[in-house]
Design a protein around this ligand. Structure first.
Ligand code: SF4
Ligand code: ZN
Length: 315
């Protein structure tokens, strides 16, 4: 198998694109895809101040690296979820990448907000861990951008994450979520930051290959709560279809993006904190009131570089 670009030995076969590439041309191919996705879907503009949400996994770390390499300088944001045996390892990976891209990363511990980690929150709320965790993460990510003056929140959801979530939302006709899963969600000043997902069209396999080829040190362990049987099942089903019909996943997701383009819904905001809510009070303000806690947030900063060296190239 020869690389379609240079004719040398190919190292990766991309059946969805009916092509094969060597290491170097694959890296260029994927970086070009990110830049084109950002342009085509108008994810970032020159006036934006983007902040990347980083978990310590391959997708978010690679995304942070890629954006800084391809001309979109951006800081990072990490939430310590207080998950035993997982959170402290991911934090080390995040700091290592901050040193490599020479960018600041904000560190936020959920303990600061609710005086417990996700483990404790799950018990208090009697909600599944991922549901409680997702609620807190959405709230805090929006808050850090607004508090620190970032105009766009960038997340590392990849094609497989999005295709499986879409399949789940369609199977159960969760209409609210169906409209809120797009590649870009508009913001509203003072309340809601714009959200974008530049990896929307990049598969899990492509992202893993990119991370390995660029020696990105990411956390291999999955979050202990990540074994959500349904997500794994949907990914498996989609992979089986993809196997028989290469390119199906990308078509599925592109068709969805076309459909939601004009389907914007009106947002509601919490009367206490001003951030997004389904009713008058958002879930976090309801939780804090239930726990009898005053909201007191504190973002720590990890800055591995001096301001003078901000323009150094990413290596
Ligand atoms: Fe949170 Fe669930 Fe993701 Fe773990 S798998 S980080 S609990 S959303
Ligand atoms: Zn609120």
């Amino acid at each position: 198998m020869k690389c379609r670009v240079c004719g040398k030995q190919a190292s990766i076969n991309l059946r969805a694109y009916n092509t094969a590439l060597c290491d170097k041309d694959f890296i260029e191919f994927l970086e070009k895809r990110i830049v084109n996705t950002i342009d085509d879907y108008k994810l970032l503009s020159v006036n934006d101040r983007p902040l990347v949400a980083i978990s310590g996994g391959k997708d978010s770390l690679s995304l942070w690296y890629m954006l800084n390499k391809t001309g979109y300088p951006c800081d990072g944001f990490y939430i310590d979820l207080g998950i035993e045996g997982y959170s402290h390892i991911s934090l080390e990976k995040v700091k290592r990448m901050a040193d490599r891209v020479k960018k600041k990363v904000y560190l936020f511990s959920v303990y600061n907000l609710i005086q417990k980690g996700i483990d404790g929150l799950t018990k208090t709320m009697r909600r599944p861990p991922c549901s409680a965790c997702g609620m807190i993460k959405r709230y805090v990510m929006n808050m850090v951008c607004i508090e620190k003056g970032y105009t766009v929140l960038v997340t590392g959801h990849n094609l497989d994450d999005e295709a499986s979530a879409l399949l789940g939302n369609i199977l159960f006709w969760k209409e609210v979520y169906l409209w809120k899963k797009s590649i870009s969600l508009p913001g509203e000043e003072g309340h809601l930051v714009k959200k974008v997902k530049p990896l929307f069209l990049c598969s899990e396999r492509e992202m893993a290959a990119y991370a390995i080829l660029n020696s990105i040190d990411y956390i291999y362990e999955e979050c202990p709560y990540s074994h959500d049987a349904k997500t794994i099942l949907y990914k498996r089903i989609l992979n089986t279809i993809e196997e028989k019909s290469p390119g199906m996943k990308i078509q599925f997701i592109k068709g969805y993006l076309k459909m939601v383009k004009d389907g914007e819904k009106k947002n509601h905001y919490c009367i206490h904190c001003g951030y997004p809510a389904y009713g008058d009070t958002c879930s976090v303000c309801r939780l804090l009131s239930k726990l009898g806690i005053e909201k007191d947030v504190n973002f720590e900063e990890y800055s591995p570089y001096s301001l003078d060296s901000e323009r150094q190239e990413v290596t």
